[in-house]
Each structure stands twice: as C-alpha cells, then as structure tokens.
Design a protein. Structure first.
Length: 76
C-alpha cells in the first residue's frame, strides 16, 4: 500500500485551503457511509454517537437525514 500524498504546505494558502475543502468532503462521505453501514449492522444511535465522540442527539440530528429510509410496511 502506498503512503498518502503529502499535504500542501500552509504557506501556500490556495493549495492548502483547497485541500481542506477536499478533505472535509471526503470525511463527510466516509462518515455517512460508515454510519449507514453501522445502522445496517444493527448499531444503535448511542453506539454510533460514542464512536464519533458526540451525543446521541447530535449524531442523530446531523446524520439521520442522510440515511436511507427503511422500507415502509403496509398495514392490512
């Protein structure tokens, strides 16, 4: 496995700030995918929040809108 590419130096603000934006987007995508996988594997919001170092309420409020909805069952 190759080491990750070096980050741009902070004294090059254009490149450094572009890298910050890219890293935040990648982190958001990874977090969303990992939370979705955790929920599919039966994790609770409490477990997810603990893993992320935030409260259950904060995790649920921020991430639940981005989770796939469970199929609705019709009641007959």
């Amino acid at each position: 496995m190759q080491p990750p590419p070096a980050l741009p130096p902070p004294d090059n603000p254009e490149a450094a700030l572009a890298a910050v934006v890219a890293l935040r987007l990648m982190a958001d995508r990874l977090e969303t995918a990992a939370v979705a996988a955790a929920l599919e594997q039966g994790w609770s919001w409490t477990q997810i929040a603990q893993a992320l170092g935030v409260s259950k309420q904060a995790a649920h409020k921020r991430l639940s809108p981005h989770m796939p909805q469970a199929p609705q069952t019709s009641r007959s």
